[in-house]
Design a protein around this ligand. Structure first.
Ligand code: FES
Length: 147
């Protein structure tokens, strides 16, 4: 195990699932962590309220890549409501944990998924409670997003 990473983290870092982009996606979310400069982008395909396909591109550390990979695996094939409820804690648990100093990296995955769903709602004029997305930074290249 490198630097206290679980086997699952190493697996999803070395062999990430769902890498890439979708042509004509129904929603796209991009978030960043201004402290480390890492950026994550998530693409969604939505059919009848279900995420039939999900892809991501992450320019970031091993933990950011592993959490994006796991997050996309956890929401693919599931209803939007379930994806909205995805927490970084659930992603970390599915990876059998992250070293404490890398926990902030998993926040990017949760936020990128939420940002992509918000984009889907906006594009398709689906009404929603803005409080759902209150934590999102609209400008991933701007101010600090998360610790
Ligand atoms: Fe930037 Fe991990 S160090 S997301």
């Amino acid at each position: 195990m490198a630097m206290g990473y679980s086997e699952k983290v190493m697996d999803h870092f070395i062999n990430p699932r769902n890498v890439g982009e979708l042509e004509h996606p129904d929603g796209v979310g991009e978030v960043g962590n201004a402290k480390c400069g890492d950026i994550m982008k998530v693409y969604l395909r939505v059919e009848n309220g279900v995420l039939t396909d999900v892809k991501f591109k992450t320019f970031g550390c091993a933990s950011a890549i592993a959490t994006s990979s796991m997050a996309t695996e956890l929401i693919k094939g599931h209803p939007i409501g379930e994806a909205l409820a995805l927490t970084n804690k659930a992603v970390v648990e599915a990876l059998d944990g992250l070293p404490p100093v890398k926990l902030h990296c998993s926040v990017l995955a949760e936020e990128a998924v939420k940002a992509a769903i918000k984009d889907y709602y906006d594009r398709h004029q689906v009404p929603y409670d803005p409080a759902l997305f209150a934590d999102l930074d609209e400008d991933p290249h701007g101010d600090l997003v998360e610790e």
